[in-house]
Design a protein around this ligand. Structure first.
Ligand code: SAH
Length: 218
């Protein structure tokens, strides 16, 4: 791919995207800065690269999509709301775009993906971008990653129909689980583990692919 050419022509479209995120209420300056500098066109097929800076989800194969930049920005903001998390578990890393946006803003990221083909592609991108604080794993995220926990933030990019208790169990004290919950109608939800128990907040209606159990090798 002509990276330089894409980079040149996309500066304006990138700025337009940042403006749109601000218009939609994204205020965290660090999040906006990282989205501005993350090459989203490298996370989609070349044929779709010209649409990479539109504020829309795009197909990445295997019936999955790269998340809409607005949603990535919103979830990243929520992940940083209580300061810089040192350990983050990401479930459903897909193309690796959300992972790449989080990486410069947090300590360590443990990212899980249940489709082998997507995981392999994202691993190469994360390597090319030299994001050294990311560990990727081909596995069912509904099991969490107990050996590496507890996590300050667990972020899910696919929707289970109810909040998985296994993930709650892997939250550190004051840790937050951020994920869409529901079937046809989904709500971006934040569950915080506090000394007094769990606090659940509904953020906004969203649309994600379903969180599925098991793994797919081809
Ligand atoms: N943020 C990603 C979103 C990818 S779509 C991106 O921007 O590219 C959601 C991803 O969640 C898909 O890749 C899907 O395969 C994955 N997924 C769904 N259920 C999962 C599970 N139980 N464990 C791990 N990954 C899962």
């Amino acid at each position: 791919m002509d990276r330089q050419g894409i980079g040149m022509t996309s500066m304006r479209t990138r700025e337009r995207l940042i403006q749109r995120l601000m218009d939609r209420g994204v205020t965290n300056y660090d999040v906006l800065r990282v989205i501005r500098t993350t090459p989203r066109h490298l996370f989609v097929d070349e044929a779709l690269a010209h649409r990479a800076y539109e504020d829309t989800a795009l197909p990445i194969g295997w019936n999955q999509t790269i998340s809409q930049p607005y949603i990535v920005a919103r979830m990243t903001e929520l992940a940083l709301a209580a300061g810089k998390p040192s350990k983050v578990l990401e479930i459903g890393s897909g193309s690796g775009y959300q992972t790449a946006v989080l990486a410069p803003l947090v300590g360590e990221i443990y990212a899980m993906e249940r489709i082998k083909g997507l995981l392999d592609k994202s691993r190469q991108r994360i390597r090319d971008l030299r994001l050294r604080n990311v560990q990727l794993r081909f596995a069912d995220g509904l099991d969490g990653w107990a050996d590496k926990g507890p996590f300050d933030v667990i972020l899910g990019a696919a929707a289970p129909d109810h909040i998985p208790s296994v993930l709650i169990d892997q939250l550190a004290m004051d840790g937050r689980l951020i994920l869409p919950v529901g079937g046809d109608e989904q709500t971006l939800t934040v569950v915080t583990r506090t000394a007094a128990g769990l606090e659940t907040t509904a953020v906004e209606p969203v649309r994600f692919v379903p969180m599925l159990s098991g793994t797919e090798r081809d």
